[in-house]
Design a binder for this molecule. Structure first.
Ligand code: AP5
Ligand code: MG
Length: 216
């Protein structure tokens, strides 16, 4: 099964994806994670992406499409994949269609997590991430079971994303609000979109996500 997960910054795409991966044994492909990993390693891609990400802007379609194409050409995608954060523009959606035709694959469902903007800002301000395994937490909504210790890997090494600074968050939200409507309309026409109320607790949101995936 091949899925897309959509939602504005802070909607809970990564959080739900962690649970989807654990429950359905499906491969996660997150363009945001790929860019952050490249930034950490200071590769050419990382340096190019950094300039956009730091300002809350989207990385160019050309560069983004290339990394997704390369990732989708690997054999581990054959067991099914979940795209998190891609596509984000109509050009990317069309490029994905061509990639899928070439691979003789299709998207089975688009999960769209809807959250009120005021809640998104509060979620991004309180987010922190395990540097060792990438698990995502929130200081109030979703802290680790033992303070300072990652539930998933047991390490104590957390960080906050640079693009979660308030001035960058505003730009990210503005840009993503503008970009998301045409993409949703594109997939709605194909009857693929499942909207979920993401303003609720993580487990309640996941219960709906699970039902959608089981029926897809
Ligand atoms: P990306 O990494 O995709 O970031 P984003 O879309 O801004 O989304 P986030 O990862 O910030 O939010 P999320 O929805 O995953 O929320 P999370 O689960 O962490 O992209 C980053 C940048 O890379 C972009 O700005 C762009 O520059 C570039 N980029 C990436 N893809 C691109 C593309 N295709 N084209 C061009 N550029 C691209 O949750 C947030 C917080 O809320 C956490 O603290 C979590 O614990 C908490 N939380 C989650 N769910 C709940 C809940 N239900 N209740 C309470 N708290 C919750
Ligand atoms: Mg994310």
């Amino acid at each position: 099964m091949n899925l897309l997960i959509m939602g504005l910054p802070g909607a809970g795409k990564g959080t739900q994806t962690q649970q989807i991966v654990a429950t359905f044994n499906i491969l996660q492909i997150s363009t945001g994670d790929m860019f952050r990993s490249a930034m950490k390693k200071q590769t050419k891609l990382g340096l190019e992406a950094k300039a956009f990400i730091e300002k809350g802007e989207l990385v160019s379609d050309k560069v983004t499409n290339e990394i997704v194409k390369e990732r989708l050409s690997e054999s581990d995608v054959n067991g099914g994949f979940l795209l998190d954060g891609f596509p984000r523009t109509i050009k990317q959606a069309k490029a994905l269609d061509s990639m899928l035709v070439e691979l003789q694959k299709k998207i089975d469902a688009v999960i769209n997590i809807q959250v009120a903007p005021a809640i998104l800002i509060e979620r991004l301000a309180g987010r922190f991430i395990c540097r060792d395994c990438g698990a995502t937490y929130h200081k109030l909504n979703n802290p680790p079971k033992i303070e300072g210790v990652c539930d998933r890997c047991g390490e104590h090494n957390f960080y906050q994303r640079d693009d979660d600074k308030p001035e960058t968050v505003k730009n990210r939200l503005d840009i993503n609000m503008r970009q998301s409507q045409p993409i949703l309309a594109y997939y709605e026409k194909q009857g693929l979109v499942h909207n979920i109320d993401g303003n609720r607790d993580i487990d309640l949101v996941f219960a709906d996500v699970k039902t959608i995936i089981e029926k897809a």
